[in-house]
Ligand binder design. Sequence first.
Ligand SMILES: NC(=O)C1=CN([C@@H]2O[C@H](COP(=O)(O)OP(=O)(O)OC[C@H]3O[C@@H](n4cnc5c(N)ncnc54)[C@H](OP(=O)(O)O)[C@@H]3O)[C@@H](O)[C@H]2O)[C@H](O)CC1
Ligand SMILES: [K+]
Length: 478
Amino acid sequence: MFVLSSSDIRFEEEKLFSMGQTPLALMSIVGAMSALKFIEDFKNVCKVVAVCGKGNNAGDALALLYNLKLKGYDCSIYQPWGAATEECRVQRELCRSLGIEETSDLKSADVIVEGLLGVGFYGNLREETLKLIREINNLNKPIVSMDIPAGLNSDTGEPQPDAIRAAYTYSIGFLKRGYLFRQSYEYTGKVIVIDIGFPPPENGLKIFTSSDAKTLIKKKDDFSHKVEKGSLLVWAGSKQYPGALRLCLEGALNMGVGMSFSIVEDEFSILPPETIPIAERDFISNEIDEKISKKFRAVLIGPGLTNKRETFIKEFVSKTSLPLILDADALFPDIVDLIKDKEVVITPHEGEFRRIYKNDSDRVERFEAFLEQFPNITLVLKGPNTLVGKGSQKYVVPIADCDLAVAGSGDVLSGMIGALLSTGYDTLTASLLAVFVHAIIPEIARQKNMRVTRSSDLIKLLKALGGFENIIESCDFI
Ligand SMILES: NC(=O)C1=CN([C@@H]2O[C@H](COP(=O)(O)OP(=O)(O)OC[C@H]3O[C@@H](n4cnc5c(N)ncnc54)[C@H](OP(=O)(O)O)[C@@H]3O)[C@@H](O)[C@H]2O)[C@H](O)CC1
Ligand SMILES: [K+]
């Protein structure tokens, strides 16, 4: 599954048509596939009214209605402005041939299928359409929007100026870019992608699912020693934020690292018993025992560090050839140039990303622009629907879960990514797997009548649910 902009969707459609496919044939597939979803979503046979505009979005709604009528649903059409496209007229004739009648009585519907406007929408809503949209919303009936809730801009997720408030949006072929933005949620309801057989697109963001994650897990090697199992050096935390270090380390340890080291200001820092402390003064003056430094396989720098040691961190980052993960206080405004050719993951949230990369466009455009400009850096742009990418490989982990929005949640995540980096996963795979596991833990917890209320719960559940491999293997909801 992919997320595309409206222009990329048009491009992919044209490609299909140039290979001999026709809009009418696609519409028949939309009708059959969306009927399967509809029957899952509305199990009890009920009265369905399709509210239709003039274009092919209306054609999709009519194609769905035709299939629902065949399955015994009580169906009617409301199409106040008639049909303007050939495909729409054909679908309407098909509906008529099954005896589906017209109605203007929207109140009698149990469910409304909305086919007023899809990707053919441009500008602001016309007065009569806006009025109808508001009337439909005021009925307080469950609405299924075909492709896009009418009135919503599919690229920005903004209403123009109002939009249908759907319970379900059946997004045809691809997810629309606008659905990644928070403002779209109150209009789209649950978004379901209707697969109509598009081949993988040339552009767009890939939705990362459990089946993708399952293919990326490496087999365990029972003969590996503790360094091969993963050996991570963490430089995090401070007197002001002592918890950050602990959360990074516990996250890494519960991902299964064999060894962990931590740079500490004083020997009384409270570390997990498995972690080996390294005095900050020895690290900075390059006086660590070589036997120890040879054991590091990856380095995590940043969470809760405050802005101390900027010069040394930059110097270390420039010189080291170890895989790096930089988060929070290691994301200095000018860090990108120092790391652009390194094996590195950065994990900014929105605010940190603005600090290191100035660009006025929206979140997705900024993400894509950064990857294009710095193709060697793996970027994890945290937030609801975390974006993960490197060069032309761009992914969305499609989870927005408020239980992840707790202090320290990002520290746990950076420890988890660091752990996988240190076991030999490449930067992109380590990031995708860790972001995915971190994101699905709250939902798995809820399914087992538990709840994530603090970031240390993420760590405990990571272990209690059998480790990251088992969590991914048993995930069936995404
Ligand atoms: N292209 C394909 O092969 C497939 C498309 N599918 C479905 O089709 C729609 C896109 O259909 P299209 O006919 O291109 O456009 P729409 O139906 O979305 O909209 C066109 C009508 O909307 C009117 N319009 C446009 N802007 C406004 C506005 N601001 N306010 C009110 N009305 C507006 C426009 O009116 P005109 O007077 O300008 O003609 C049209 O009547 C796509 O979303 C899919 O649902 C299928 O998926 C199959 C393959
Ligand atoms: K629609």
